[in-house]
Design a binder for this molecule. Structure first.
Ligand SMILES: [Zn+2]
Length: 242
């Protein structure tokens, strides 16, 4: 866990298909002292999130709303469990809502027909088989958000499609903090573009980077890669021009 201004950044680790990975959901400390969670990690991470909130002097009981950047499992895996415990409101961009409620099939899965073909292969990698047969996460969304909408407490929602159709980034106007979800990545404080392998629509994703570069930014949090605190603004503007 790391705290920078009004942002608590979680440090959630897991080994996925043999790869060690770190996920960074976050909690924004709102002017009224409540918390807004941004994303929730993989399934089974609720208690670790609570433990890290307690290190910061809070707990899950302080979470009043959860903004979901997009429906990939590493972002919504613990959503149902956290909503079950807290009763927090779930907010997501309109275009992303049907993928969170389970009304539409995940954009990252192959078509039904292709899936059946893959599952018929006895040599299919077991991890891949588990992914293809996993029941979809189905969590009701309390409120659909719109591009440019500003939530009470100074949170601006920015549509950053590309990684998914309804991907959202969150801009905290007070501290000029930009939470990018997977619209950007980072490594050791260096800001990088979206992950090409995991981003189906790169031209749209790159247009989203240009859009983000119009903001006046002091701190950036990328879900994969973590905080960028030094020259965040100039790094973002340089990426948008590349
Ligand atoms: Zn992700």
């Amino acid at each position: 866990m790391k705290r920078v201004n009004d942002l608590i950044v979680f440090d959630l680790e897991s080994t996925v298909n043999g790869n060690h990975m770190v996920f960074r959901p976050s909690a924004i400390v709102m002017p009224d002292g409540t918390l807004t969670l941004v994303d929730t990690g993989l399934p089974g991470m609720k208690d670790t999130i609570d433990a890290q909130l307690r290190e910061a002097g809070f707990s899950l009981a302080d979470v009043k709303q959860i903004i979901v950047t997009h429906h990939d499992l590493d972002h919504i895996g613990s959503l149902e469990a956290i909503v079950g415990q807290t009763g927090a409101a779930v907010l997501a961009l309109e275009d992303e809502v049907p993928y969170i409620t389970g009304e539409k099939r995940s954009q990252k899965l192959p078509s039904e027909a292709e899936t059946q073909k893959l599952l018929a292969d006895p040599d299919l990698d077991p991890a891949r088989r588990a992914m293809l047969t996993r029941p979809p996460v189905k969590v009701p969304v309390t409120r659909a958000l719109h591009d440019g909408e500003e939530l009470p407490g100074g949170l601006r929602i920015i549509a950053t499609p590309g990684h998914t159709v309804g991907h959202a980034s969150v801009y905290v106007t007070g501290s000029k903090t930009l939470i990018t979800g997977d619209a950007l990545t980072s490594q050791d404080g260096r800001l990088n573009g979206p992950n090409e392998r995991a981003t189906p629509d790169m031209p749209t994703a790159l247009a989203s980077v240009k859009k983000l570069a119009g903001l006046d930014v002091q701190t950036i949090l990328a879900y994969h890669g973590g905080l960028v605190t030094e020259n965040a603004d100039s790094q973002l503007k340089a990426l948008a021009q590349a």
